[in-house]
Design a protein around this ligand. Structure first.
Ligand code: AMP
Length: 453
């Protein structure tokens, strides 16, 4: 087995790794560290959670330490571009952690915070600058930063940057960099557009790939609940009350949608907070910290905001909206079931999203067990508190529902876990289902009355 000592990284870095209790390198680190140390360009195909940040940060720090020189004024030697503020902050933290015994100057250039501090931080020059593309260009335009001294460029989450429309900014930035530089590109997926970009920007790159996106979902129990769009909030409450969830990450397509879900959950007595681009940096950091330390067990996020967030122990991922890009589904559900832990991913799917499911199933090469949720209209209107608690198989009476709802409120959503390998009867609202161990799909009992989508 390879150990970090085999890479012959600078001793100060190896010491920091030992302090971090990193014993063995992850597969992406094994593949990436040696070529980056020798100055090669690298394409890394890896998602968050694979250790990809250290895969580029460690050899970059090693090279900086080996060729120590003062950075020029208003310049950086290493430029790391990432799509979101959160991811940028995390990358910077990693550089600081791994480089804590080196004399490395670092800075962060992200939007959403005043630019003055960033201008000042860059005055004397830095070794490593981690930035989001928009703010970086603002700094360049304002003459606070010159890019002619960059020795190494890292593009992290390149596919996401493309999705977010950063391609023009990236091209503008790359045009200002010296041609003789090292370029590292990391992406969870390798769609055609990314391969084209890599072909233009990288020279004879070494390719390092781990967990092909289509197979990364193997460990995760996936389920689909077919539900009318207007009944999704109530269906979500059902799920939260039924599942024994430690930490749940809920995805919505829009920022507005994330806020609406939080408002609905809060109205039913379920504590949740939202994280998305309209929130201030402070609000986002607070929400994330509360989620990390267990104060809030439900975080509602958009794909962009959730990207790169590294939180351990997410037991459940719920897709309130299904993504229209199948790879995004795999990214989302990959936030649970990390490091070999079991995780559950539940998707609420309305009629319009049916086509997305077909694309997703094609990508992951398996069908997702599906069940229907009936939509008793009266209690699904927005603003009506659903009285659904632990529903035993069969239809609970009104009083029983109310009692269960009370219990669920007191104990949070940690009320009941169903599933497992054995045949299990369970109910969702007024619909009873039978899970068969041998069949992929849950089979509804004859009294089911929901229309298949
Ligand atoms: P990343 O994919 O870069 O977001 O890393 C995911 C998590 O794995 C982070 O919390 C890192 O601190 C951690 N990590 C990275 N490399 C290692 C390693 N070799 N051993 C243990 N943990 C690691």
């Amino acid at each position: 087995m390879i150990s970090f000592h085999d890479f012959k990284l600078n001793d100060a870095i190896t010491q920091a790794l030992a302090e971090q209790k990193y014993l063995t390198p992850t597969p992406i680190q094994v593949q990436t560290i040696p070529p980056v140390m020798t100055g090669h360009d690298v394409i890394g195909i890896a998602q968050t959670g694979t250790g990809k940040t250290a895969a580029f940060a460690l050899p970059i720090l090693h090279r900086l330490a080996a060729q120590e020189r003062p950075a020029l004024r208003k310049s950086c030697r290493v430029l790391v571009l990432s799509p979101t503020r959160e991811l940028s902050s995390q990358i910077l933290d990693s550089f600081r952690t791994y480089g804590r015994h080196l004399r490395i100057r670092t800075a962060l250039a992200i939007g959403g915070v005043p630019i003055g501090g960033q201008v000042r931080a860059l005055l004397g020059g830095v070794d490593v600058l981690v930035a989001t593309p928009g703010r970086l260009l603002d700094l360049v335009r304002g003459n606070a930063l010159r890019l002619g001294d960059v020795e190494c460029l890292v593009l992290d989450e390149a596919d996401r940057m493309l999705d977010m429309g950063f391609i023009h900014d990236i091209r503008k930035i790359v045009a200002k960099l010296p041609a003789a530089r090292q370029t590292l590109m990391f992406s969870a997926t390798m769609p055609r557009a990314i391969a084209d970009l890599a072909a233009q920007m990288l020279r004879h790159p070494v390719t390092a790939a781990v967990t092909p996106v289509a197979s990364s979902a193997e460990l995760i129990e996936q389920r689909l609940i077919r539900v009318d769009r207007h009944a999704k909030p109530a269906a979500l409450v059902d799920v939260l009350r039924r599942e024994a969830a430690d930490r749940t990450l809920i995805f919505t397509r829009t920022k507005h949608g994330a806020d609406k879900v939080v408002r609905y959950l809060t109205g039913t007595g379920i504590a949740a907070s939202a994280i998305h681009g309209n929130k201030s940096q402070n609000q986002r950091e607070r929400a994330l910290a509360a989620f990390r330390n267990g104060e809030v067990r439900i975080l509602v996020a958009t794909d962009i905001a959730a990207r790169g967030i590294d939180v351990e122990g997410i037991s459940h991922v719920i897709n309130f909206d299904l993504p229209n890009v199948p790879e995004t589904y795999v990214h989302r559900i990959g936030r649970t079931g990390r490091a070999g832990a079991a995780g559950t991913a539940i998707s609420l799917c309305d009629k319009e999203e049916r086509a997305y499911v077909l694309d997703i199933e094609r990508l992951i090469r398996k069908s997702i067990p599906a069940s229907d949720r009936a939509a008793p209209a009266s209690r699904l209107e927005a603003g009506t508190k659903p009285k659904i608690g632990r529903a035993p198989a069969g239809r609970p009476g009104k009083r029983q529902q109310a009692r269960h709802a009370g219990t669920a409120r007191k104990t949070g959503h940690k009320s009941r876990q169903h599933g497992g390998d054995s045949e299990t009867a369970y109910s969702i609202g007024s619909v009873a289902f039978m899970r068969h161990p041998s069949s992929a799909r849950a089979v509804a009992s004859p009294r089911r009355n929901a229309s298949p989508i």
